[in-house]
Design a protein. Sequence first.
Length: 211
Amino acid sequence: MSEVVLKNLKQLAQALTVQFGDQCEVVIHDLDTKDIEKSIVYIENGHVSGRKVGDGPSQIVLDAFAKKDSDIPDDLAYLLRAQNGNVLKSSTVFIRDESDKIRYIFAMNFNITGLLPLSKSLASFVTSAKGDERSAEKLSGNVNHLLDELIQKSVELVGVPVKAMSKDDKIKAIQFLNDAGAFLITKSGDKVAKYFGISKYTLYSYVDINK
């Protein structure tokens, strides 16, 4: 059944990119892969974000890997900033199998960079669905860059530099990373432990606290 679903998703991706042109990127992630760092199995107009088949996940995809048995809602018409600098208006649709587990992620990214100077007159097109003109989140297909960004977010969450963190601060940061799916990335535990100045044993003991 999954082969049929993937075939249909590819057909839909081709139709959308023909309809909306070469500034419309469509990406399909396979969540059943054993190699999270190569989750992209199909992409149309990859030049929009600078990604290709075999590249890794975005933060939204990591969230789905970490919580794929949960009822994660689709995320529609939000803003992203790609590694190549393009600002994208994006929608992410979670495709579930017969048991209601997320099997694929179908993502559409439209490059609105050239439209931004006209944003006042085109506000309904270049703002998010909620109309809040929220800042564009970063989009990365490189899991090492993504891990660096997650570590930085964990530090910002705690609000103090690593050297000044207490044990509770580090626990809070590391549990944030765990919830964000950071430890699904290969060898991420080594990097995070080194960054926070703790052993891997201590790292995973912090992950298990409150479970």
